[in-house]
Design a protein around this ligand. Structure first.
Ligand SMILES: *Cc1c(COP(=O)(O)O)cnc(C)c1O
Length: 380
């Protein structure tokens, strides 16, 4: 059996232990510490947003605190892209707030500006209030149509929290994803562009908001000689050990992004002639995806069940994954309002995520492409 090709696997630089050893030597085996400060500094500098990045225990924690910073409370409505991972929407429920899901558009697979505005106008009619926040997602690294989304958000005075968990290194009109809305959330889970084993970050509008986010993330302890609390806090800071891994990963972030893009280019070339398959592409020069995952879609008239292709790849020891199942199709969000048509559902039913880890070789990509071509040839 050929060796297994994974979807997206941790890819270490080899230097991570340097920071971890230092943490052990100095006994900084705690949340917070010099590695956390350094990791935040490196991220801020990479994103062009110094002193605004707060390292946290997970991307989910970043989204949760982002909503807290926006003042979201129980019963508030929050608009969220439907085609995403559940962690985009769960933090809305943590706060007792109500998700309102919005369809995608075909160019980016991300939030449809038209469906967004329809949702805003209709929620105002139904509840008498505009929704309190908007969460667009840069799914698989592809930037959402942020100009259009920000124009609508600003028109109605609704703040935007970007879910950039999959999009570290992606750019929209030359600006880094995660810095385009009021707040932005990043993830450093094991399968993301860089990993801290588990972790995330909230990108804040300025140093004051970053300071307050850190305060909330460390149990909202007031500066008193005894424990004194005026607000509900969270235990969401990144550990100094995990941040050490992050510092090592920052050395190779640009290389990892370049490699993911090269893998995408290779898939594009290898699958070019195959009728009925389309490799997802940047819709224009304004979009520069990190191609965290390369995805394909199938011509609808072929009526391909993604599970058949997934199993055909699995037989050759290649891991692939269904497109994320939209939130409005999840039992847990059965009662949430949904705006738009069937774009997200259609993408879900007619596509697949391909192995895209930055440690995959050109031969791995070739083997995967060959397996896809075999599948399509045998179907005829
Ligand atoms: C991974 C992911 C998250 C959550 O990040 P964690 O670090 O795993 O908590 C949120 N949104 C999207 C779109 C993700 O892919």
């Amino acid at each position: 059996m050929s060796s297994r090709i994974f979807l997206s696997f941790p890819h270490l630089s080899g230097n991570e232990m340097k920071w971890i050893d230092k943490a052990f030597q100095d006994n900084w085996v705690v949340p917070l510490g010099p590695n956390v400060d350094e990791f935040e500094r490196l991220l801020g500098s990479y994103l062009g947003k110094d002193n605004t990045v707060v390292a946290l225990s997970a991307g989910t924690a970043a989204l949760h605190l982002g909503l807290v910073m926006l003042g979201i409370k129980a019963e508030d409505e929050v608009i969220c892209q439907s085609l995403t991972f559940s962690a985009s929407a769960n933090p809305i429920a943590y706060l007792g707030a109500k998700p309102v899901f919005v369809d995608s558009e075909p160019d980016t697979w991300n939030m449809s500006p038209e469906a967004l505005e329809e949702a805003i106008i209709d929620r105002k009619k139904v509840t008498g209030q505009y929704p309190k926040a908007i969460i667009p997602v840069h799914l698989y690294g592809m930037p959402a149509k942020m100009n259009e989304i920000m124009d609508i958000a600003n028109k109605y005075g609704i703040p935007v929290l970007e879910d950039a968990a999959e999009a570290l290194g992606s750019e929209y009109k030359g600006e880094r994803c995660g810095t385009l809305g009021k707040y932005g959330a990043l993830s450093f889970n094991g399968n993301k562009i860089i990993t801290t084993s588990g972790g995330g970050a909230l990108i804040c509008p300025g140093p004051d908001e970053a300071k307050r986010t850190k305060f909330l993330a460390t149990q909202a302890k007031e500066p008193m000689p005894y424990y004194y609390h005026k607000e509900i806090g969270y235990n969401y800071r990144l550990s100094n050990i995990s941040a050490g891994i992050g510092c090592g990963q920052m050395q190779v972030l640009s290389e990892h992004v370049a490699r993911r893009r090269a893998i995408h280019d290779l898939y594009t070339k290898l699958l070019e002639g195959v009728k009925g398959i389309h490799v997802m592409q940047n819709p224009s020069k304004d979009f520069n995806s990190n191609f965290w995952l390369t995805t394909i879609s199938f011509d609808r008239q072929l009526n391909i069940n993604p599970e058949d292709l997934r199993l055909a790849l699995e037989e050759k020891n290649i891991e692939s994954r269904w497109i994320w199942r939209p939130m409005h199709m999840q039992p847990v969000f059965n009662n949430a309002p949904y705006y738009g048509g069937n774009c997200a559902e259609d993408i879900y039913n007619n596509g697949l995520c391909l192995p895209s880890g930055s440690n995959l070789t050109d031969d791995d990509i070739q083997r995967t492409a060959d397996a896809i071509i075999d599948f399509f040839t045998q179907r005829k």
